[in-house]
Design a protein around this ligand. Structure first.
Ligand code: ZN
Length: 87
């Protein structure tokens, strides 16, 4: 059992959350001018790193907040104090 630290609710059971993907850079404003391979990489490319990565999580069975947090993919442990709610 893992506890996920929601910035709004505090630590809750992982079954209340849904993984929403890697935290990516903002969507390019000039997407129409990008080469196809660059756009495809932005839309469906995944880095899938080994180690600490920033991810998006959704407290779908709780407060409904979508937030980002750092997690070590080797241990599934969340990095304390790294959760950020959207502004
Ligand atoms: Zn919450």
């Amino acid at each position: 059992m893992h506890l996920v630290p929601c910035p709004w609710c505090g630590e809750r059971h992982e079954s209340e959350f849904a993984y929403a993907g890697e935290k990516k850079s903002p969507r390019p404003l000039d997407a129409g001018s990008l080469a196809d391979d660059v756009w495809i990489d932005y839309v469906i490319g995944r880095a899938n790193p080994r180690g600490v990565t920033r991810e998006k999580w959704w407290h779908v069975r709780g407060c409904g907040l979508m937030f980002s947090i750092e997690r070590d993919t080797r241990s599934h442990e969340f990095v304390a104090g790294s959760a950020e709610a959207p502004r």
